[in-house]
Design a protein around this ligand. Structure first.
Ligand SMILES: *Cc1c(COP(=O)(O)O)cnc(C)c1O
Length: 388
């Protein structure tokens, strides 16, 4: 363990503040360190391992594909990629899908679609994209620019031009920007994840949709974290009764393999032509096979379970000693505590539970199929630690 920490510190780029835990294996919502100590995983790799670690059905889907063909260039057709795109469209009403490898790449695709749509229709100077203050959209130079938090910007200026930031849940602030600028698109997270697990209000999301409709602006929802069953619907926007033009997603999509997707609605489905955009690994058949398995298992029954577990977490923690507030949707939950969140996480780790943080909050993103037993145990430990 000390050896691994030293090696990592010497050879891996120093971009992560890691906890001193080395995970070597796992099953479902349990993971094990090199000494055999067991932990309950309440972060699922930041909402990635949707059905837990090394899930049998998912492993079979992935390894079956691995033995057929692990990669083919996008010069040719492969079945998993086409099947997955069809499944995503049929489940959402979106019309076409572009596949990439990450959340940032999915958002890059979304932003490029909005710009090309506006450029084709209104002219080259309609390039601005409105995002929200306190949002998070990724780490590339352009998605950093889209991210509405100054501290992410400081080290890397100049960033991509043409991003404007409106206040969340303040429709007038969005309208003001639209009135005074030439706007191509608006990109929002229905629940701000990295920003502190803050759901937007339904009125605001519907207001943004209406405004986009009136002004012929591309309405984009970043579902990188909220997507794929996380909030109790397949995509979070389905809780808000809206129909976006573009949905970007990644994290949980392929259950633990790198895959991002940008879903295109009727308005923008034909914006891209051959050569306009691309990604070498995009639509990789192994990732797509994993994603088909995941998306097909996010059915009504599973989503009902997600909502039940969510209710259990809210009920257990709201009003508990040391808890100031609980926010979120489905199994995406933020807990404002009296003690600093990082201290709580450190103590939980000692006691065999792995939660996350988001800004000043403790954040929970457990596997969608976490067992009742594991969930109750983890929440019991967490409640103890928060209340001490
Ligand atoms: C994690 C996240 C991203 C970035 O995803 P990567 O896969 O790390 O590029 C973008 N948007 C949201 C809302 C996220 O939570």
């Amino acid at each position: 363990m000390d050896n691994i920490i030293a090696k990592d510190k010497e050879y891996v780029a120093n971009t992560y503040g890691r906890f001193p835990v080395q995970i070597v294996s796992g099953k479902g919502s349990y993971v094990y360190d090199e000494s055999g100590k067991k932990y309950i995983d309440m972060g699922s790799g930041i909402g990635v391992t949707a059905f837990g670690i090394s899930d049998d059905e998912w492993v079979k889907a992935v390894t079956d594909q691995l033995q057929k063909v692990q990669h083919m260039s996008n010069l040719y057709y492969t079945e998993p990629c086409a099947d997955l795109a069809e499944i995503l469209c049929k489940r959402t009403g979106m019309k076409k899908v572009f596949f990439g490898n990450s959340g940032a790449e999915a958002n890059e695709c979304a932003i490029k679609v909005a710009r090309k749509y506006a450029q084709d229709k209104k002219g080259k100077d309609y390039y601005n994209v409105i995002t929200l203050v306190n949002s998070f959209h990724g780490r590339t130079i352009t998605t950093l620019a889209a991210t509405g938090q100054d501290h992410f910007h400081e080290l890397f200026t100049p960033l991509t031009e043409g991003f404007l930031y409106a206040e969340a849940n303040n429709l007038d602030s969005v309208k003001e920007l639209v009135k005074n600028n030439k706007v191509a698109g608006i990109l929002i997270e229905c629940v701000q994840g990295e920003g502190g697990v803050l759901p937007l209000t339904k009125d605001f999301v519907k207001g943004v949709e209406e405004l986009c409709h009136e002004e012929d602006i591309v309405f984009m929802i970043d579902e990188v974290q909220t997507g794929n069953g996380r909030t109790g619907k397949l995509y979070a926007y389905q809780n808000f009764d809206v129909n976006p033009d573009v949905v970007s997603t990644a994290k949980g999509l392929a259950g633990g393999l790198p895959m991002g997707a940008c879903l295109l609605g009727e308005k923008v489905k034909d914006v891209y032509g051959p050569g306009d955009h691309g990604s070498t690994f995009g639509g990789n058949p192994v990732c797509a096979a994993g994603a088909i398995n995941i998306i097909n298992r996010i059915d009504d029954e599973l989503l009902k379970e997600v909502n039940c577990k969510s209710e259990y977490i809210f009920k257990s923690l709201e009003g508990a000693k040391g808890v100031k507030s609980v926010s979120g949707l489905g199994l995406m939950i933020g807990i404002e505590t009296e003690k600093p969140a990082k201290e709580i996480v450190q103590e939980c780790i000692k006691r065999g539970v792995l939660p996350l943080t988001a800004k000043t909050k403790v954040r929970l993103l457990p596997a969608l199929n976490i067992s009742d037993e594991a969930l109750v145990e983890a929440i019991t430990v967490l409640k103890e630690v928060i209340g001490e």
